[in-house]
Design a protein around this ligand. Structure first.
Ligand SMILES: Nc1nc2c(c(=O)[nH]1)N(C=O)[C@@H](CNc1ccc(C(=O)N[C@@H](CCC(=O)O)C(=O)O)cc1)CN2
Ligand SMILES: Nc1ncnc2c1ncn2[C@@H]1O[C@H](COP(=O)(O)OP(=O)(O)OP(=O)(O)O)[C@@H](O)[C@H]1O
Length: 210
């Protein structure tokens, strides 16, 4: 994996990522449930969620905060729901594939359940990220300015690189446990900024400058 020319950034980021992943894994089942309930209550209040007709979320693994309690509420509101799927033949990029009651699922190489390749291959079942209204993005860490750290694969950053160009720009909502907040994260040139971070205890919006 490449990182900045400054070798120490890589070391710091890797160590921080490991620590933040450790924190979320140590939460008890009870704490996880409480956090998921509180997160989803907050998300339901956000205008960026309330007005969305096409939303992506993710199926949590390894202590990630669980956004799936939103599913019944979203389905009731007739919102179309999409999951990230590792794109075949394309390094560390995502497709967003329809997640319906009948979507056939398999585990990907990271052990995360996703719509199966045959289903995802059918263009009618998926959307490019720019066609979504809102993405709920899993975070490993975030800071007071709503900067994000992910799993380190650059999956979301690559899939969202189009946001730098003119054209449609979906709303990005990062979600994480409160214990994943740090004072300041290093910002990389390829980082795509979030519009908001929601945790079980707070909503963080970046303070816009300039
Ligand atoms: N639930 C969920 N789904 C997601 C993501 C995510 O962060 N969370 N992704 C966001 O990009 C994509 C998958 N990206 C991933 C990137 C790296 C690793 C990874 O390095 N996993 C470790 C094992 C897990 C761990 O260390 O806790 C590994 O395989 O060594 C996993 C997924 C798409 N789906
Ligand atoms: N738009 C891009 N084009 C090419 N490479 C990219 C792009 N965005 C990120 N990368 C690469 O992906 C790698 C991981 O980036 P980073 O450490 O910021 O991951 P992350 O933001 O934690 O992961 P994710 O986006 O999956 O949540 C870096 O080596 C970076 O060079």
């Amino acid at each position: 994996m490449n990182d900045t020319a400054n070798g120490s950034t890589l070391g710091n980021k890797t160590a921080l990522r490991r620590e933040l992943k450790r924190r979320r894994r140590t939460l008890s089942l009870y704490q996880q449930k409480q956090a998921a309930t509180n997160l989803c209550q907050r998300l339901k209040q956000l205008p960026e969620i309330r007005r969305a007709k096409r939303i992506s979320l993710y199926l949590p693994v390894n202590g990630e905060i669980d956004p799936t309690r939103l599913l019944p509420w979203l389905r009731q509101r007739k919102v179309s729901i999409y999951l990230p799927v590792l794109r075949p033949f394309s390094v560390n990029r995502l497709w967003f594939v329809a997640y319906r009651e009948a979507t056939p699922m398999v585990k990907n190489r990271f052990g995360i359940a996703e719509p199966c390749p045959r289903f995802a291959a059918d263009k009618r079942n998926r959307l490019p990220a720019w066609a979504l209204d809102t993405l709920i993005v899993p975070l490993v860490g975030f800071d007071k300015q709503a900067n994000r750290m992910g799993m380190g694969g650059g999956f979301y950053d690559r899939s969202l690189a189009f946001m730098r160009q003119p054209g449609p720009t979906p709303t990005l909502i990062g979600v994480a446990h409160a214990c994943q907040q740090v004072d300041a994260l290093p910002i990389e040139p390829w980082d795509i900024p979030l519009d908001v971070v929601a945790s079980d205890t707070m909503i963080v919006r970046p303070i816009k400058t300039g």
